[in-house]
Write a protein that binds this ligand. Structure first.
Ligand code: ADP
Ligand code: MG
Length: 268
């Protein structure tokens, strides 16, 4: 399959006064459609810089970023803004919700840019909030919610317009470890359900257990790029999401239970 994200000889230099900071130095990378890719590495290594170039939030100094067939590094600001609205989603560490709007109105925003009418926007937004376990919070404002709830609103907003790719920069950075696992679980579930390509920056290496691909950045370069094998991934996720999975299981076997008891009574 052709990669959905392709990076060639990417370089980003920031100028601070007379100083130059080489944040990315000749980065090459390819991410396949539907992959969950984690970008890990120490603080200051260039993770956010890389994500910002991938998501078209900043212009590279040199090199190219392709999303599908589009070279986003040569787009004008207007073209980029339009491309982002049509094809990309974002989840921010600081949630970035508008405080004057309800959860549903916040989630509905990306649909407004797509020209969806208000009633339908709110309906779709409420549906997305339900998937995140926030059906009852649709009319609450962000200030009336916990950090974990706000971030789930942020996730619903990123997914509502079904973008091809979603970028997230340390999306659980402000959450405690229990909430982090819940938020990660929901994000992963949504990404897999929708076939979304998902690129997430994290400095907590253990969170990369959720990834299909783990890219390690060190001093502005790709230090390693590892595809996780299915078995290791499944084991890591079973461990990480143990308590969540245990809570979700009892709802499932409804259809098999009556059959078993029917069989038993037949034998007796
Ligand atoms: P990470 O996300 O891995 O912590 P960043 O990508 O934010 O790292 O930063 C990489 C390097 O680039 C750091 O040395 C940082 O100080 C520098 N840097 C990032 N953004 C800017 C900016 N807007 N202006 C100047 N230097 C920056
Ligand atoms: Mg960062």
């Amino acid at each position: 399959m052709a990669p959905i994200i392709r990076v060639e000889h990417l370089r980003k230099v920031y100028r601070v006064g007379h100083e130059k900071v080489v944040a990315l130095n000749d980065v090459d990378l390819a991410i396949e459609p539907g992959e969950v890719c984690c970008i890990v590495g120490p603080s200051g290594s260039g993770k956010s810089t890389l994500l910002n170039q991938l998501a078209g939030l900043e212009k590279p100094t040199k090199g190219h970023v392709y999303i599908g067939k589009h070279d986003i590094s040569t787009m004008t600001e207007n073209e980029l803004a339009k491309f982002r609205q049509e094809h990309l989603g974002f989840i921010f560490q600081s949630y970035n919700l508008l405080p004057s709007m309800t959860a549903a109105e916040n989630v509905a925003l990306p649909l407004m840019f797509k020209g969806v009418g208000r009633k339908e926007r709110i309906r779709l937004a409420t549906l997305e909030l339900k998937k995140m376990g926030l059906g009852k919070r649709a009319n609450h404002r962000p200030t009336e919610m916990s950090g974990g709830q706000q971030q789930r609103v942020g996730i619903a907003r990123a997914f509502v317009a079904k973008p091809k790719v979603i970028f997230a920069d340390e999306p659980t950075g402000n959450l405690d470890s229990q909430t982090t696992r819940q938020v990660l679980y929901r994000m992963l579930q949504m990404a897999k359900e929708n076939g979304t390509t998902f690129v997430m920056v994290t400095h907590e290496r253990e969170l990369s257990a959720v990834a299909d691909r783990v890219v390690t950045i060190m001093d502005g370069k790709v230090e390693s790029n590892v595809l996780m094998d299915a078995q290791t991934k499944a084991a890591a996720q079973a461990e990480m999401f143990k308590d969540i999975l245990e809570q979700e299981v009892p709802a499932e076997p409804k259809t098999t239970r009556p059959l078993k008891s029917e069989k038993k009574s037949e034998k007796q």
